[in-house]
Design a protein around this ligand. Structure first.
Ligand SMILES: *Cc1c(COP(=O)(O)O)cnc(C)c1O
Length: 356
């Protein structure tokens, strides 16, 4: 990638202690930037010292919220290689989000090359202890100074990197989740399937109220009937009911998680019955009463698998698998994390090695 300009940071930071990392608080020495200007397209790819942006106070992102992002991770294998997990899927999804937010598309191969180039420069920042990784945050926002309501004619694409500690330091603990009956996250025709800042801005209120009630996360129901399961925070949901695994279908209002897709691939390979369909909260409650709700877990890049030990819906409390992690959730977790850190064969060709 000789076309990427490189400006070396002359004052490198001290690498943090991997056992003390908090999610998303420590950043590496460099960042990647790429500009978009109408008429010129995406231009001037560069890796420069990590530091603040200078933006016009009228930059459109501040007013009308044209902003999208991605999230993926780099892992260090026992042999010291650094690998990315399915970055081409993030490239595709970035453009799905771009399209919905009227942001110009980015070449998908170039996206992967940019991520690889930055991670290669910063490879000493990829921690090596069990469960740790380098979190990669690519994002795009509107920079044109203009208060007119329309698509911006200028954007900045940036990638920043953050070393993250083990998500589960003391083993996997299933969480308590509140089924949200008042607020909604997204509606069909809206932006629910895009990874856009606004979806998060509007979800924080419900998340705060859930936290006050002692719950870790909110489980969203559909925006129209308040009846069907959508997703949880930044995770897709799976349930195991009477031996069958079910997950909400991609209906236009939920995010197409890459972890979700990986879990579906694994289940199909293992011959586990699985379907993507509408799942009502009533169905989950009935299954729970009948003793058929065997497992429930969320899937996402940060935790990979997050088992649900307790679901709270209006006046009902459902305890799942005695509040312990299920056998299937554990097997999926071990397999995906094993593929990511190179201890389980990568039969799907999901890993992309840095420097190759
Ligand atoms: C990113 C995200 C997910 C999970 O996607 P992964 O690709 O598996 O990390 C799920 N839901 C929402 C709302 C998200 O933003």
């Amino acid at each position: 990638m000789s076309s990427i300009r490189f400006e070396q940071n002359l004052s490198l930071k001290e690498k943090p202690d991997a056992s003390k990392l908090e999610f998303g608080r420590t950043f590496t020495d460099h960042m990647f930037l790429l500009d978009y200007t109408e008429g010129q397209g995406w231009h001037d790819p560069r890796i420069v010292p990590y530091g603040p942006f200078t933006l016009d106070p009228a930059a459109m992102v501040f007013h009308y919220g044209q902003a999208i992002f991605e999230g993926l991770k780099a892992f260090r294998t026992k042999e010291g290689k650094v690998m990315l997990f399915r970055p081409n899927k993030n490239a595709q999804r970035l453009n799905v989000s771009n399209e919905r937010l009227s942001i110009p598309a980015l070449d998908e191969d170039a996206f992967v090359e940019y991520v690889k180039a930055l991670v290669e420069v910063e490879q000493d920042w990829v921690p090596s202890t069990e469960g740790t990784s380098l979190y990669i945050r690519p994002y795009i926002f509107a920079t044109e100074p203009c208060l007119g309501v329309r698509a911006s004619k200028q954007y900045l694409f940036a990638i920043i990197l953050s070393p993250v500690g083990a998500y589960y330091k003391e083993g996997i603990h299933p969480v308590k989740i509140n089924v949200e009956s008042e607020y909604v996250r997204a509606v069909r025709g809206g932006t629910g399937f895009a990874k856009t800042a606004g979806n998060y801005a509007s979800s924080i209120k419900a998340q705060e109220e859930a936290k006050e009630g002692g719950y870790a996360q909110v489980l969203w129901l559909d925006g129209k009937e308040h009846k069907y399961i959508e997703e949880v925070g930044s995770m897709n949901m799976f349930f195991k009911i009477g031996g069958e695994v079910v997950t909400p279908e991609l209906n236009g209002s939920i995010l197409a998680g890459i972890t979700r897709d990986s879990v579906l691939h694994l289940l199909k390979t293992w011959g586990v019955p699985v379907s993507e369909r509408k799942i009502s909260i009533e169905e989950i409650y009935t299954a729970s009463l009948e003793g058929k709700l065997e497992e429930a877990f969320g899937t996402g890049t940060a935790a990979v698998i997050s088992p649900v030990g307790q679901l709270h819906w209006n006046e009902h409390t459902m305890v799942i698998n005695d509040g312990k992690i299920g056998e299937l959730a554990q097997k999926i977790y071990d397999t995906i994390t094993g593929i990511q850190n190179g201890t389980v064969p990568d039969t799907f060709g999901w890993n992309v090695t840095i420097g190759e």
